[in-house]
Design a protein. Sequence first.
Length: 126
Amino acid sequence: MPQRPFRFAVGASSSTGTSTRGGLIELAQTAESLGYATLLISDHLLDQFAPLPALAAIAQATTTLRLGTFVLNNDLRHPAVLAQELATVDLLARVDSRLASAQAGTSRSTALPVRTSTGTACASRA
């Protein structure tokens, strides 16, 4: 089995000083300059940015980071609308085209590849 390099990720949330655009971009650019491979954003109804628009903004300010979310809250988004938003962000930016979703109040989660409206998998931007 071929060996793969060990990669590190950083998480962005309201507790990491990312409550402003400048703070979010600074965190992403610092993580990228330090060699982190991935930046993930949480999805909560707290004082923080919505995850998908924030990922699109980070993609504009970085070049090598893989971008994605931790787990998206099913109760906040209709699945068809979420799929369209993810496919759009994936095509406009380099956001990781894998999705983890969970139902609030449960420990169940599912990782799914993002698909376009035609049913084909979106291309990876990594």
